[in-house]
Design a protein around this ligand. Sequence first.
Ligand code: SF4
Ligand code: SF4
Ligand code: FES
Length: 318
Amino acid sequence: MDVKLRIHRFVEGRKWEQDYTVTLKTGMTVLEALIEIKEKQDPTLSFTCSCRSSICGACAVRVNGNAELACEMLVENLVKRYDTNELIIEPLGNFKVIRDLVVDWDPKYARIKKIKPVVQPKAEFSKETGCKQSPEDFNKYKKYAGCILCGSCVSECNKNTLNQADFLDPFVFVKAEKLVADSRDKSPEEHLKAVVDAGLWRCFNCQECTAKCPKGLDPAGAIEKLKEATFAKKLDDNVGARHAKAIYDDISESGTLDESKLNIKSEGFLMAGLRAPMALRLMRVGKMNPLDKHKVNPEIETIRKIVKNAEAAAKEAE
Ligand code: SF4
Ligand code: SF4
Ligand code: FES
């Protein structure tokens, strides 16, 4: 069977889509199809790859709108998944494109530096003793040490698409959680302060990064763990943390959200006052009435049990 690859091309400011056809062979990966095109049909086509074994992260591209590792993804599986023999190949989203499928990682590496991305060893370690830790302590961050910097999570991040200036890339939060959970690091607070400043509470919690990570690393879960750590380390004097706390308090106490107080609790009277025009609009359309008594949900005991069970489950998973 022939498979048509429609590839998004970009060369020196000119953009276009170009169609190529490859004959599907069993076990052929997207990367092998790209290499065949480059070697036999069009040497001008550009893309990046290195290990061809899903460990260097260099080959990630978007296929039919979803980030994939080209060296891992079989063409036959994509043909089955999308029920078509035409695939659209694009560079990763939320990156600057250099040429064709090649994206610019330099700004991303610069952003990693914001979280001081190396272990600061505790004073008890030395050159002679090294930085030892128990297998139990290693297991606390092992999962997050497996990031291969492929960029798939960035490509799918809705917050990054809206605005990258006030939010780090999902893999940076993975790296930060690895450092914060590492028992050898003397100052998890430093990494935490950096992630709070760099947008920790601005995540949309859409889970796209987690769904697309080819290594199953759960960047959205890392973000939640970092948020929890900011409470444990008393780094919670910010709008995001106060907002989360206000929601938690409302739900535990009454089982409903008191929208008219939520903003005051999160941002304080002054900032909430600046939002008065929006509050008036909500009142006008009947979405909010500050004179209404905040009712207690009749199911409050069930809701409290759910909150308690969720807390116990989270503790057990630690
Ligand atoms: S959960 Fe947060 S970090 Fe992940 S893709 Fe959505 S907005 Fe981005
Ligand atoms: S977190 Fe996953 S998707 Fe993101 S760069 Fe690391 S390996 Fe790739
Ligand atoms: S070429 Fe290294 S991960 Fe695909």
